[in-house]
Design a protein around this ligand. Sequence first.
Ligand SMILES: Cc1ncc(COP(=O)(O)O)c(C=O)c1O
Length: 433
Amino acid sequence: MSSDSRAQVKKSISLQSQIKEQHANLESQYQAIIAAPEVKTLDSILPAEPLLLMGAGPVPISHAVSRANGVVINHLGPTMNEVVDHVKKMARYAFQTDSDKILGVSGPASAAMEMAVTNLLWPGRRALALQLGTFSERLVQMAQAVGAEVVVLNSSGIEPVGAEAVRKVLDQEQIDVLLLVQGETSCGVKIVELPEITRLGKAHGAHVVVDAVCTLTTMPMQMDAWGVDVCIAGGQKGLSSIPGVSLIAFSDNAWEAIESRSSNCPHWCLDAIRAQQFWGGQQYHYTAPVPGILALYEALRQICEETLPRRFERHFLSSKALQKGIEAMGLDLYVPEKYRLNSVVAIKTPETADSESIRQTMSTSFNVEISGAFGLDIMRIGQMGEQCRSHNLFKVLYALGMSCRNYNIELDISTGMAELERHLVLDADHFVD
Ligand SMILES: Cc1ncc(COP(=O)(O)O)c(C=O)c1O
């Protein structure tokens, strides 16, 4: 054996003994690892037959959205760039804006709300918030958390704040940002005078932020025409995509304010300028939630295919037919028609009943889920995206009626079902799936 070969063999023996030593070290660490828990399979936890999601979100997704959500591709590169370009193009249509500052947010709609608030508000800035319920209250908390001063205009009971009240505050106070929720899912109330209010905010030089989480594509939203500077949408509601990936659009005006701020955005992930590296510059910000973006792509594509006017019409007619059916059955709606949000219908819980038990019976006996509420004695049925299909309406109304009857609440179920059918027949061509 040559001296070179001998040196090689020696080197390899030494390497082997190093690896053995490292392995022995690792094995002693493995012994210190706490035992893995015993867990059930997911299949044994999930119901054999999926529940029909007829609550305030998440909502059912179409097969195309579900299939897209099962795909992972590289989050950077030409394929993803093309996907992102199309998502932005379709989102522009959904928001009705020409802005190219459209960003996806890896997180719930609350993260997109937080992106709007933390990028436009900081100590020394003042916000006016129109309070309607849980989600408008959340915007107030977020604004206060970044050190902004917040003036709150409360709705009186379930009557939303109107344009005149907003004008009075804007005439008297310096307001940098106006915060509002188009449709307050928590109580089923909509801001009736939204275009007047957003235009007022704009005319007074405020940046107008609108939470359209449950409403986008279920009812009109004209971001540019109404002077909205930031519009927020969650995936799991009006868009009928999956939860956890949200959308936000900024106007040029809002973008200038963000670019010219002297302090840094306190959130790294929610920093709009950093996020634009990915959404506008095809550069790495953080690893994008690829399946969620692909799901959003399909949800938006289906919205474009349906077109907004037809989609608004389907939502309007579906929700109205359901409301008529509920009332004809003998239950009362919580919100008077003029303030009523069609995207989430709030029903008063009958006096002798407990909403939790009714909803429980709906799930266990009829495989249909609806929502309770945050502190109010109401039950809420969602009318967003795939929820607005005739078969889903019949199923939820029947389940509600039968479950109420289970608790001795006298209802006329057949009259309610007939009324639903009567309204749907009038507009049958809108409900073809
Ligand atoms: C109007 C509105 N805004 C914001 C949110 C918050 O959405 P997420 O739970 O995805 O954070 C919701 C959720 O129900 C909502 O209905």
